[in-house]
Design a protein around this ligand. Sequence first.
Ligand code: GLY
Length: 491
Amino acid sequence: MRVLIVGGGSREHAITDAFYRSVHEPVIYAISSNANPGILRICKKTGGELIKGNINDPMFVADMAEKLSVDLVFIGPEEPLFHGVPDELEHRGVPVIGLNSKASEIEKSKAFMRRLMWKYKIPGRLRFKAFKSIEDALAYIEEYAESVAIKPARQAGGKGVKVIADIQAYLKKVKEEVKKKHAERIYSQIMARYRDIEDKILIEEKVEGPEYTIQCMTDGESVLPFPPVQDNKHAFEMEMGPETGGMGSISGRGNILPFITEEEYKESVKIIEGVVKALRKEVNQDFRGVISGQMMLTMIWGPTIIEFYARFGDPEAVNVLPLLETDMIDICEAILSRKLHKVKLKFRDKATVVKAIAPRGYPNRRDLAKGHPLIIDEKKIKELGGRVFYGSVNLVNGKMLTGGSRAVEIYAEGESIEKAAEIAEKCVRYVRTADGWALFHRSDIGSPISLKRMIELAELVRSVYTYRKSRGILGKYIDWIPGRGKIVYES
Ligand code: GLY
């Protein structure tokens, strides 16, 4: 069997590793814009190779899949999906795991996703407004003083999300200016790059609570969920600094997170199943691949959708794929033959922590973060109980150079999240640069203090949403208008 992996980050390294463990002993090929040392090593061990090239070019990927006579293509990142790589492969009869361009709108267009949830009345939906022009967005910001999340309406690699709480009336004007400036930045800097979407800016109601990701594989009918993982998006400790693609993540023993109940997990999976069903109706096409709910426990709904990914998360995939005991090729074959409902996933029962290590400059000055030689003592990291998953690294003439994003992710597992975090922390110091350029990571991820904070926040949110549920007002808003009384409306 010959498998082709598309993409060159830590997530794809973990996917490649999952295929490498298959009893079917596939020959593994990869296409990536960078020579990822981890993926390259696995490909070579199986007799395959890593081909450098444009992963977003459907013709290039499909030509290569045909030339290599692969039996299966697995697509890791979102942009090849948006660019129609799976569509071209399907058109040529090459089996592919990756949502086609129409179905991947669920991630690409945040307005499409919100409209879908509203149209099909799926629980966990938030109030939103989408704007095609900056003028309309600015007029709305002037008219309504609300606590909001302002986002690019397209998936833009996690960039540009800003949450602004508007509670102090005396700061209304200042907050309005901040909101307007941010909307302008999204419009002129982030969205200017994309010509493949009409909606430009999304303004959503602000919600608060612990976040978690549920990654699922789907054959377009059934949904096979993985254990929940919590990613940490901010660059620096205690949620400071700019948003990144994710600086590290945790998963708990018993395949659950310590701040999410079994019932909340099941409720979250039901929401994802509802969206897959609605998506199938809406796009009126078969699709197969990965769909992940990036969720939050909120006071208004309990489990709530913040975003969807049409793929595994990065770093979230690195938490769960090393624990997967079910054969990756068997799962993919079940997806391709639409028999996913027959598969039961098995995972080793360990808590895991993943810590991303990035060069200084990431995420806002990737030009500065790029091109620094890395020295990684993999032997020492292994002795300590950790593993290295290579990310934005390019192997050039035997030297590993940083690519400007998260360079590596350290994976550790243990009997508890805290224990796994301790191992990961010890391993981090064995990653450094040869030119002295600073690297950073988040020491707080998986620490007792951050877990405690998360558990307390979840308890608070849970007490409110379960009360609302008992009163039959889950997902409903209540306004009091003098002279008219109580107005209840649906979220
Ligand atoms: N960890 C966030 C993402 O994969 O986009």
